[in-house]
Design a protein around this ligand. Sequence first.
Ligand code: SF4
Ligand code: SF4
Length: 362
Amino acid sequence: MKGEFILDRNHLSYWLRQMRKSRELIGPLMDGGKDIVFKSVDKIHELVLDCPASLPSPKEFLFPQYESMLRFTPLHLPLTKGGQGGVSLSEKAIEDLSDKTKRVIFGVRSCDISALSLMDKFYIEGHKDPYYARRRENTLFISIVCNNPDPTCFCIGLGTGPYLEKGFDIQMTDLGDRYFVQIGSHEGAKTVKAMSFLFRRPQKTDYEDQYEVFLSSKARFHKRINLEGIRQMILEEKVKDDFWQWVAGRCFECGGCVYDCPLCTCFTVTDRTYSEGIERVRLWDTCMFKGFTRMAGGVLPNEKMVKRTKRWYYHKLIYYPESLGGFGCVGCGRCTITCPGKIDMASIAARLKGLVLNEEEE
Ligand code: SF4
Ligand code: SF4
């Protein structure tokens, strides 16, 4: 079963309820009366279907901010006559804590689905990260076409939204009284097939209405940013070091841009000691912090802020395309909302373009 279907709006909650029998359901919910975040859904009627596009990305369900990887109990060996002894580990003493929960994440934005395909390349292709890979295997993504992008969104210039041709398990377009449902993966097809009596084939008017939503969504974007143009400027060495000095001077080293970005992957691993053993945890980290690349002996190769801000932009605009085949930015606009120094991706792109154009005119 592949292709396109129509789901009546009043069947949505029944469908989600049925899915929840075999998977944890995650969706956009009001958190503490102020923010909307992706959370485990207890009451389906509380899902916020018309939430802003810039709600936090669901990346933490694949790459959590704090992740217990394993726990182990060191075995204390008795002292021998010669005074030798110590600590060893047996395989049995190691407890694997990797998350095996099956989930469906509903209401994801197209930009975040686009980010997933690069996250997959980073974490699965080449050196496979078993923690990410297991979560990814067990997670089904249902995305919603953005029909009301935020003023900070610029996915439209990058081909990463507001709707997609591929990359999703299931993509839904809100047509008012019904949803236009597109299947994009085998898992997505299985999920729809399991409840096939809820779905019907689209008619000509459904296709026309879907096309209208696409057109009106595209017309609502405020920003169109050409990152390829910026990349070329950097490669042609049109961006001088004093520009990166200016950027560094405005950075507060808060890490907000990194933590909010659906494509930032920095982490650190540390062991924590408890009375009953040791737990190995993985935590989000950021290349914006000077201790991120600390070396033995305490050497800090990136102590100067300018090196770190420049690296963040080079990573997203130069190294990601070279190694993973796409920008390390999907135009979600979250760093624009977060950055107190106004040196987010969109502002930097606009400023660079202006600077270089002015120089060329001189
Ligand atoms: S760099 Fe900024 S706009 Fe681009 S994906 Fe990351 S948070 Fe979103
Ligand atoms: S959000 Fe802005 S101020 Fe904070 S680390 Fe990122 S670039 Fe620096």
